[in-house]
Design a protein around this ligand. Structure first.
Ligand code: PLP
Length: 427
């Protein structure tokens, strides 16, 4: 359930009519719901009730400062994957002791930044990284708390570009070599081993891969403890899928059932549990609103050409992702949908949001909304084709605020600088 519903025949974001926001900021734009974000954080809290835990919101899904502040206010920790994200977490008021740092390419500079801020834990993804981290920590006179990301070689049964838990992926170390790597970690002077980390992929629609991975993590916990390591935290990653298609029988697992899988696999180990949900918190908390520029009749197919494009929402082009696309004006009862291709204006065939999509009639100048666009939407956008970044809006009840403004064309152009040798040589 989310908070984007038709009221009096018009799509609303909570209690705000979408056309009201469009009149204020122009299309296209993203709009997020405070109530949905809050509820999704809370369902994880409920799912893990009774187990000591920290929910580290994976901010790469949506790192707008307003969203981060909201999460921080609810008590969330953060999972970050870059120095930039680390700085956002700090700026949002999240203390270092609630931040975990993931990613395969942490630099010395990023390590120092995190250590200076009293980071909770590094999720180390390789031996070279671990050795460098030990050096950096030692040079600062501290020890770096780490979990080692193990790769359980489990098939997450998701899109290849977002599966991370197979042996062919670049993430983590093979679980078969874990004891050896933990032994090296324990011997490094700048390292403090605190736990184990695993993250097998994103948009998982089945709990079995989790059960398989967490069972292996439980076995590893016992083995490492018998080797003398103090394993006191288990970071189980994120990845729980969301329903992108309302009228389908695909129903991703509920966070509650995910919590039960955690309880039954690792719940008796006395470890503090960390999870890193991103998509499930932000995905269905946002929509992308766009206007129809043209309806074009092609040969054998018709096109709806929108003012939003792949640079604003890249998921369809990058992951073959489906987004429900609905008219902002509620279609009259009994209207018959017709198949149409929905595309953006960018000069790439890949700038196609949907092919042969059954749509109620939408006229030029009318608006449509892409549902489930709150995660991996705005954060993955670019200014390709010199299309300025689109605004982000947050609603709460009957109020809304622009939480990132659209830059002017001047601001976009003036970000570039032209060297003198070009201006001087001008004929
Ligand atoms: C991307 C990522 C997440 C979040 O994944 P979601 O599918 O958005 O829940 C969590 N942890 C790590 C290490 C990630 O890379």
């Amino acid at each position: 359930m989310d908070h984007f519903l038709y009221k009096n025949g018009v799509l609303h974001a909570e209690d705000v009519a979408v056309p009201e926001i469009a009149a204020a900021v122009g299309t296209p734009f993203y709009v997020y719901s405070t109530a949905t974000l809050t509820r999704h954080y809370q369902v994880f809290e409920d799912a893990l009730k009774g187990m000591p835990h920290v929910i580290c919101y994976a901010m790469k899904a949506n790192s707008n400062m307003a969203v981060l502040r909201l999460m921080a206010g609810l008590g969330a920790g953060m999972d970050v994957v870059s120095g930039g994200e680390f700085r956002r977490a700090i700026a949002a008021g999240v203390p270092g002791e609630k931040i975990v740092f993931s990613g395969v390419g942490k630099t010395r500079e990023e390590m120092r930044l995190a250590l200076e801020n009293g980071i909770r834990q590094f999720n180390v993804e390789s031996e070279p990284e671990m050795r460098v981290l030990s050096e950096v920590a030692q040079s600062m006179g501290v020890r770096a708390p780490i979990a080692i990301r193990v790769n359980p070689d489990v098939d997450a049964k998701t899109h290849a570009k977002i599966a991370t838990g197979r042996s062919e992926n670049k993430f983590g170390i093979p679980i078969s070599r874990a004891r050896e790597v933990y032994a090296e970690a324990a011997a490094l002077p700048g390292i403090d081993v605190v736990g184990i980390d695993v993250h097998i992929g994103s948009q998982l629609v089945d709990l079995e891969p989790y059960r398989a991975a967490f069972t292996l993590v439980a076995e590893l916990t016992r083995a490492l403890r018998s080797d003398g390591h103090d394993i006191r935290r288990l970071d189980l990653g994120g990845g729980l899928g969301i329903p992108y298609q309302q009228n389908s029988n695909q129903a991703p697992p509920l966070p509650f059932d995910y919590g039960e899988v955690i309880r039954s696999t690792v719940g008796d180990l006395g470890c503090e549990i960390e999870i890193e949900p991103g998509r499930l918190i932000a995905g269905n908390a946002g929509i992308l609103v766009s206007s129809v520029i043209y309806r074009k009749n092609g040969e054998g197919r018709d096109f709806l050409i929108l003012d939003a494009a792949m640079n604003d929402l890249i998921r369809p082009a990058m992951y073959d992702a489906w987004h429900d696309i609905v008219p902002v004006t509620e279609p009259a009862a009994g209207v018959v949908p017709a198949e149409i291709d929905i595309v953006g204006p960018v000069c790439e065939s890949g700038d196609t949001f949907a092919k042969a999509r059954p749509m109620p009639p939408v006229a030029e100048g009318e608006m449509v909304a892409f549902r489930s666009a709150g995660a991996y939407g705005a954060v993955m956008s670019s200014e390709y084709n010199s299309r300025p970044m689109i605004p982000e809006v947050l609603v709460s009840g009957d109020q809304f605020a622009v939480v990132r403004a659209r830059p002017t064309y001047e601001e976009m152009i003036e970000r570039d600088t032209v060297p003198e040798w070009i201006t001087e040589n001008r004929g």
